[in-house]
Ligand binder design. Structure first.
Ligand code: NAD
Ligand code: ZN
Length: 359
């Protein structure tokens, strides 16, 4: 069976396009209980961007704290419960932030029309009713969360996305002015998420012409942004990274991620490492699987003087390593893509533990 890809409905791309948000959401204001919810990364509280959010008196503006952990099902449930209790069902929800806030917005948009905790819906096609209108505005580029069909959240038992045809945004606004001030380390880690998405998407059994075309285009842009003469955080490269992130997201959505993402999920689940840095920590040691790409990655780490933490495993207990390995091992679809249908004959829990010990 071939996947049916549900894409984002509408895309706006261009510097300054954020100013069109008010006009874009206008026609939706008549839906449900006639108010909008803006979920804005707490980083922007008191900053100029917060003043540009087109909040009207009937609307709700929530600054979302994503600083010390990745998005949780509890966070999503609380937003839904509080807004529903006070005002009812919003006409729409606008998520303004990095992958974390975008995922919270995607998940919350589904939870306004589905009963119970979002942790009940972590998985494929478990959502029963279409969610509400939702808009994504990335302020960091790299995760591809702006176009992906999953809203990744950590629940009591697992880090897994709410994945269904109603998850993708109805509208995204790609305004690269919003990513111009991302701190260098974060810029690199989240940017490398795109690079790794494409390498993994192109290395495995689910790769195909569609996913590889997006992957190749995205990798070319990543190389402009992170390698060579004109690399670095410039307006032109911000444009490129924003498009690379989108195309990387489409590439992996129509293929799959692999070994690095499986390990990264374990690292985030057990130690709370953010996705971007967790990927970098793992990818740095995956020459056996992604050979030349790991060499290229190391070159980019060196070029931008990124200090990746080393010898982490020295302080990990056997129990923590086992727990991470179990999280990773359970990501069957990633291993299948990376190693083939018979992946369990090629890799055991112990192999994964050894990979973690390299860190
Ligand atoms: P993030 O959203 O976690 O944000 C990282 C930090 O940057 C936060 O402290 C945030 O407040 C801050 N920040 C946001 N915008 C900023 C700006 N313009 N300037 C300065 N600081 C800013 O980072 P991320 O890497 O974009 O997202 C990671 C999350 O995305 C993880 O939770 C991961 O699971 C998820 N993810 C989702 C998908 C998907 O397909 N849905 C794919 C990959 C990753
Ligand atoms: Zn990723």
């Amino acid at each position: 069976m071939h996947k049916i890809l549900k894409n984002v409905d509408k895309v706006v791309f261009g510097r300054g396009s954020f100013s069109q948000l008010d006009e874009i959401i206008e026609e939706k204001r008549a839906d449900h209980d006639h108010f909008m919810v803006f979920l804005v990364d707490k980083f922007f509280e008191g900053k100029p961007l917060a003043d540009k959010v087109p909040v009207r008196p009937e609307d709700v503006l929530i600054f979302v704290d994503v600083d010390d952990h990745e998005p949780t099902t509890q966070q999503v449930d609380e937003i839904r419960d509080n807004v529903k209790k006070e005002k009812g069902i919003p006409s729409g929800l606008i998520g303004i932030g990095g992958g974390s806030v975008m995922d919270i917005a995607k998940a919350a948009s589904l939870m306004f029309t589905n009963e119970g905790s979002s942790s009940l819906y972590q998985g494929l096609n478990l959502i029963k009713n279409p969610g509400i209108y939702h808009v994504g505005v990335p302020t960091i580029s790299g995760t591809g969360a702006e176009v992906s069909t999953t809203a990744v959240v950590t629940g009591p038992e697992k880090k897994l996305g709410l994945k269904c045809e109603w998850t993708p945004f109805n509208q995204i606004i790609l305004d690269s002015e919003l990513i111009s001030d991302v701190p260098k380390n974060q810029w690199f880690y989240t940017g490398m998420d795109t690079y790794i998405h494409c390498i993994e998407s192109e290395t495995g059994m689910y790769k195909n012409t569609f996913s590889t075309a997006y992957g190749d285009a995205s990798l070319a842009l990543c190389r402009d942004v992170f390698k060579g003469e004109n690399c670095g955080q410039t307006p032109e490269n911000d444009d490129k990274l924003m498009v690379a992130s989108m195309m990387g997201g489409l590439s992996l959505t129509y293929s799959e991620v692999g070994v690095c993402h499986a390990l990264s999920y374990g690292l985030s689940f057990v130690f709370g490492y953010r996705h971007g840095i967790a990927n970098c920590l793992a990818f740095n040691h995956l020459e056996d699987y992604y050979g030349e790409a790991v060499q290229e990655f190391k070159g980019m780490v060196a070029q931008h003087k990124i200090e990746l933490p080393k010898n982490l495993a020295d302080s990990w207990t056997e129990e923590q390593i086992t727990q991470m390995a179990e999280v990773a091992y359970n990501l069957d679809h990633m291993w299948k893509h990376a190693l083939g249908l018979d992946w369990k004959e090629k890799l055991t829990l112990d192999t994964i533990k050894d990979l973690y010990r390299r860190l």
